[in-house]
Write a protein that binds this ligand. Sequence first.
Ligand SMILES: *[C@@H]1O[C@H](CO)[C@@H](O)[C@H](O)[C@H]1NC(C)=O
Ligand SMILES: *[C@@H]1O[C@H](CO)[C@@H](O)[C@H](O)[C@H]1NC(C)=O
Ligand SMILES: *[C@@H]1O[C@H](CO)[C@@H](O)[C@H](O)[C@H]1NC(C)=O
Ligand SMILES: *[C@@H]1O[C@H](CO)[C@@H](O)[C@H](O)[C@H]1NC(C)=O
Length: 956
Amino acid sequence: MAEPRPSTDEESAPLLDRDRRDPDSLFSALMHPTRPLSNLEKVLAAGSIILLLLMSTFIGLFAGAEVQLKKERASKGHDGTVTTTWTETATATSTKVTTTTVGSVPTGKPEASWRHGDAGELWAVIMSYIKAGDLGRRAADILDSLNTTADPCHDFYEFAVGGWVDSNEIPADRGIYSSFNVVADRNKKILLKVINSIDGTKTPNSAEESNQRKIKAVYESCMDLSQLNEVGIKPFVPLADFLIDTFGPVETEWRGSWDEAYEVPQELVARSDRLEELRVAAKTGGWVWERPTMERTEFLDNDDDVESLKPDTERRDRITKTLAWLHSRGVEGLVNFEIEGDAGGEDSQVQSLWLYQSFGGLPSKEYYEEAPILDLYQSVVAGMLTDIASNTHASSKHPKRDVFDEFLQELVEVEAEGWPWPWPGDDKGDGEDDGGKHPDVPGSKDEPLDKRMEKLAGKVVRFERELMRAGADPEYLFNPHFAYNPYPVQKVYKALPFLDIPAYLSTFAPRTYPENITVTHPPYLKAVSQIVEDTPDYVLSGYFVTRLAMTYAGALGQKTGVWKEARRLKEVLQGIKKGTEENRQDTCLNWLDGIVGYIVGREFVHEAFSAEAKKEGEDIINSIVKAFHDKLPHISWMDAESAKAAQKKAEAIIPKVGYPLTPDTTNPGALQFWYRMLEIKGDDFFGNVLRSTLVEEARTWQTLGRKRDRQTWVMYPQTVNAYYSPPDGEIVFPAGILQPPFYDFSWPAHLKYGSFGAVAAHELTHAFDNSGSQYDEKGRLRDWWTNETVAAFEEKAQCIAKQYSKYYIVGPDGKKEHINGNLTNGEDIADSGLAQAFTAWKSSLSNNDAPLRLPGLEHYTPEQLFFISFGRTWETLIRPQTAVVRIRTDPHSPGYWRAVGTLRNLPAFHQAFDCPVGSRDRADQPGTDEPAQGRAVSALVMIRRRDDSGSDRFPL
Ligand SMILES: *[C@@H]1O[C@H](CO)[C@@H](O)[C@H](O)[C@H]1NC(C)=O
Ligand SMILES: *[C@@H]1O[C@H](CO)[C@@H](O)[C@H](O)[C@H]1NC(C)=O
Ligand SMILES: *[C@@H]1O[C@H](CO)[C@@H](O)[C@H](O)[C@H]1NC(C)=O
Ligand SMILES: *[C@@H]1O[C@H](CO)[C@@H](O)[C@H](O)[C@H]1NC(C)=O
């Protein structure tokens, strides 16, 4: 039933179809006022209600009052009036959400009494609005966003989105509110409606229904806070039991340095942002990777030191089992294995095994040098460990089994007796000296549990800090030039004496046994081996339990100590006001993505996207690729040789729009099969999260050694984002971003090219700029620019950097903060791709087509509307504090300048608005009252990590 592809009826009536599915229609906004109504909408709404009343009366007359009125909501009206229950499109359920939409109205003159004075005008507006139907509403949207008092030549941003800025505000819990947030919020509403409409009690009759029940069950299990609180930490205890081994004390010089007034310094926030950006850039490009200036030292060729760390095989086996057990549950620790394309190899599509350093519970390594944060972190870890230890104590006869996974059953030999002293219950840590591994533990069983856990936490944090210090900076870690170090498995095995790699690998049972492991930062192997060698078991145990707790805290009830501690840390790290209640709906929707994201995606597509839109999106991208292709030989800084290579690259680009085909989101049976291993229980959220992680990890391991399935995506259909992947040569737009103001199927071409086309052009520019020049047409890490082209490009780039460095925002203190044009250079250049979107739009017009005009917007030319549409995608409200942080760290210019700066360089824009040569923008007018504008986003991309954290940071 819920096919993403609409029925043929719908195809022939796209406007009606659109109405039916538009969650944000005027009428639903009236019934569920979650956004402010614009003035025009208020007028229209009043009129429409009157009209509806009239129509109801007619219907009543026709069919005899009550009965018909009751049925009306659930059936198709006559005379072209479409009245639909929303649930019709999803599944037959008991929840009825009615979206009444008027597609067209009976002809005939309105009552004379409505036709005098204001009411007459009102009536005329209503009639024209309704006749124009959906197009009229779209036009109203655009009209509302304009401030026609502003001069587009003087301040285009104010002109294009001044109305929007004026009628919207930043939600209290956010620092920024932009077009991306608008779309994301609307997409969430769509999904919530779907979820609410699913009948979770009915026995499923089809793959579709069984898929939908999975969504419903995951969501309900997440939303059911009383159930979550009732089970409390219980589901976590058997997991912790597996890890807990031995225990002891610690010294802690940072204690006492944190207090409530502390705020994370901006430099640290910048470092964690940078790490995230680079992590994403490694997959999706747009980043110019620094090239190594000298030969790499062959670290693993000289590993005598490592070999001198004689592996203690008993200990090695324990660590190996523990790591395999943790990693299969998505818990990072000590070292991390990833399965990724063979970036530096002959075929970047082959999935190879990568070995990364570990990350900790703090956002980046610099946080581990900041005393107040360490202080806070230690108390958070102590709180978690205390909660875990005391609960395990409370049920000292807890079952000694891993209830979630059979295959490691025999490994779970945790002794529960004697809890909580020593941790976890053998005698090793309690007074016997056994050569440093289990040193004498001061203190006694009489010392309070929280004191002991406090000491253990100090050791754990210190250990984690050692690991972070041993790791590479993200600039190197994610830089494919530095990170691509394939070594034979045997060699890596020798370099990591604490890990039995063959045994580890056999746990994951990959279909192909790897020949090489790509080590991202070879010196880490030696360092981590030494650190592990120097660390007693009880600290390792505390560390593993902490990693587990940090990873799964969000899956526990809000009343558990573990959840509260994790939340406390998150509040400080993310600058959330202390004690702010989490938005549980958002949290659960995020989890839903991670657990059954493709089923959710199918539902989203069904509600908000069509097969025609997919086809059209692909056509638009192809036409822009063609515009690039034709332009390349005529770019002044690119010589003929480079241009030829660039054209080859353009020809190889694969556009993908809407939804992936692996798993096949158009086929409910395929989705059911995709999630067949995943058991979902409506009353076991923790178990749902855990089982899902096991399934997804196993799925990933099965790809090892094979070529990547070209139909897979790294985003879900409902995601508000897009990406260009240089190693894959793919440009990908999920249905989630093909929504207004980025795209609407009913729009005329100029609006589509101005917004969606501009985003596509931005991404494509990255394929041909200095970041794209590092990847050839097959996605291999091979430079294809000549030295002449490199030099000419850099000269041009500096012009743009100088231009943007003149631009500024105004901070909270009224001071100007200038853009660092070097920092934003790559993204600013990519924004200039707008020219190619314009060219592509122009070539898409055939001479005999009169351009489709939106009613109400007749006095703007299609060219003007193209740029208005572009401007709207950068509508952004941002708090001055947030703006300042972002202007210092964000490689994208503020939304304001992304609109204005880009257009300044485009003659077509000046022509369209007939702007005099040299018309000024605000940068030329220091002292004007500049609205603080901050990051909006460009070429998207932020891959959602598997957790519950929503993100304000839309990528592009
Ligand atoms: C519209 O723009 C003008 C000129 O820049 C400005 O004075 C006015 O405040 C703006 N109006 C709104 C509603 O933003
Ligand atoms: C393994 O790495 C070596 C370089 O260390 C390379 O020559 C070889 O082709 C790689 N093998 C595979 C299967 O990728
Ligand atoms: C290009 O420049 C690099 C480094 O500046 C140099 O090593 C190389 O030989 C140059 N290539 C050509 C073809 O001149
Ligand atoms: C930007 O980079 C250029 C070239 O590397 C340099 O000359 C210039 O000083 C830099 N500007 C800033 C503001 O850092």
